[in-house]
Design a binder for this molecule. Structure first.
Ligand code: NBP
Length: 471
């Protein structure tokens, strides 16, 4: 009996599509799902006539795979992943490998890599981006964990990944939970991008009063620019065209303004705080979703707390261009923060990340794919030790050239009472990062005053601490 090349456990949205992608690329696949009806439905529909073999027990599934076995888990992150690993472990043999393609917390992946390696098995934690469409036609893949396991799956993952001008959107990210860490930060950056676009929309709609047709035109035009050409800008333009199929008008105006946040966005913020890396734009994006969810309270507060009101009375096209510049400058800050977090995590966790290569594998297949990632790749290729993306020559000059427009947009928003938390957090990041002196001399004085926490002095060496008698 011919054995299958690759196994997939979990036939929800992602598992089904990845299994079909692997099969389409010339590898035979075995599939298993806890609830057998899903396996049957898959085999009778999308997998019909394909080189896909269903299994109705894990024993049957494991026995149907060639060795070393390559098993992709696409089950819900958290306890289900541990549950499936525990069931699989006694069935596997040395050298077999499990690849967790879900959005697992990197610390869980660290633990699982160590646990499986100790048992003579191999484990890969692989971030998968691109949603349903990417999973089927070419995702961006971020595998980390046991190096030899990556080498064994490389011929498969390089085929199923999205393909861009400089290769497939996959690379070995690093040891332990490096792949899931990078996927987590990718998602944090995605939160930042989405919030920045939402703020641009708010300004164009509520400051300038643009219609959905006009908003479509603006975003479609921005998608043609070198700076903003990206998947998220493209789908934003498309969203403004969509008519409501349950009533009159456009769908966008009927969608409730309350967004959820789960898992990866929050984890990115937690990790940034733990590592001491400021990521205010991404944090503002997570908070903006949290605030949006307070819909009922906001509706009540809107009746009590009046803002400044008023109308914008400047040049409409001029303001649109300034919002575009503000969006681009803010986006640069957001990516600078995400990459700085990756740089610190790389050192702290010994991931040995190649930031240029990470920017490259995000160029296709994923939600943040954008032309702009070419510039990031170049910046890190030219200087792998770059302290901050904002210091890279092409980013530096652009932000300096456009900062006046960025500031004008924020002043207009503040004056009219339009919240722009991620635009503001980005400008604050830029202004804080570029300032030689911040007011934390006062913070240090207060800490020494009330708690004898000591301080360093500007006229003495770093690392020399002083305490004053304040009373
Ligand atoms: P879900 O996250 O909705 O998980 C459903 C799958 O998990 C089903 O196959 C279910 O089996 C299985 N499962 C559960 Br729940 N508990 C189990 C257990 N104790 N033992 C065995 N199987 C169990 O699926 P998804 O949306 O395809 O996502 C899979 C992973 O990929 C997640 O980690 C997700 O965060 C990540 N991801 C999703 C997307 C996306 O766009 N959806 C994108 C990128 C990454 P059942 O049928 O028997 O209930």
């Amino acid at each position: 009996m011919a054995l299958q090349n690759f196994g997939v456990i979990g036939l929800a949205v992602m598992g089904e599509n990845l299994a079909l992608n692997v099969e389409r690329n010339g590898f035979s696949v075995a599939v298993y799902n806890r609830t057998t009806e899903k396996t049957t439905a898959f085999m009778e529909n999308r997998a019909q006539g394909k080189n896909v073999k269903p299994a109705h027990s894990l024993e049957e599934f494991v026995a149907s795979l060639e060795r070393p076995r390559k098993i992709l888990l696409m089950v819900k992150a958290g306890k289900p992943v541990d549950a499936v690993i525990e069931q699989l472990k006694p069935l596997l043999e040395p050298g077999d490998m499990i690849i967790d393609g879900g959005n697992s917390l990197y610390e869980d992946t660290d633990r699982r890599v160590a646990d499986l390696e100790a048992a003579g098995l191999r484990f890969i934690g692989m971030g998968v981006s691109g949603g349903e469409e990417g999973a089927l036609n070419g995702p961006s893949l971020m595998p980390g964990g046991t190096r030899e396991a990556y080498e064994a799956i490389e011929p498969i993952v390089t085929k199923i990944a999205a393909q861009v001008d400089d290769g497939p959107c996959v690379t070995y990210i690093g040891p332990k939970g490096a792949g899931h860490y990078v996927k987590m930060v990718h998602n944090g950056i995605e939160y930042g991008d989405m919030q920045l676009i939402a703020e641009a929309y708010d300004l164009l709609k509520n400051v300038l009063g643009l219609t959905n047709e006009q908003l479509h035109d603006v975003f479609a035009e921005w998608d043609e620019t070198e700076e903003l050409d990206s998947f998220l800008i493209e789908i934003t333009a498309n969203i403004f065209k969509k008519k409501d199929d349950m009533g009159d008008g456009f769908l966008i105006d009927k969608i409730l303004d309350a967004a959820g946040q789960k898992g990866t966005g929050r984890w990115t913020v937690v990790s940034s705080l733990e590592l001491g890396v400021p990521i205010p734009t991404i944090t503002a994006a997570v908070n903006a979703r949290v605030m949006s969810a307070y819909k009922d309270e906001r509706m009540a507060a809107a009746k009590e707390l009046a803002g400044p009101g008023g109308k914008f009375d400047g040049n409409t096209q001029g303001f649109i261009n300034k919002v575009r510049d503000a969006l681009y400058c803010s986006k640069m800050c957001s990516y600078a923060q995400g990459m700085a977090l990756l740089g610190t995590a790389s050192q702290e966790f010994e991931y040995n990340l190649d930031l240029g290569e990470i920017a490259r594998i995000w160029k296709g297949g994923c939600i943040i794919k954008a032309g702009f990632l070419n510039k990031i790749k170049r910046a890190f290729d030219e200087n792998p030790n770059l302290a901050n993306l904002l210091l890279a020559p092409e980013f530096k000059q652009t932000i300096l050239d456009r900062q006046a427009a960025w500031r004008e947009v924020l002043m207009a928003a503040n004056g009219l009472g339009i919240p722009v938390p991620a635009f503001s957090a980005s400008l604050d990041y830029f202004d804080s990062y570029r300032r030689e002196r911040l007011p934390q001399n006062l913070t240090q004085a207060q800490r020494d005053y009330f708690g004898a926490h000591t301080y360093e002095r500007t006229d003495k060496s770093r690392g020399e601490f002083f305490h004053a008698e304040w009373f």
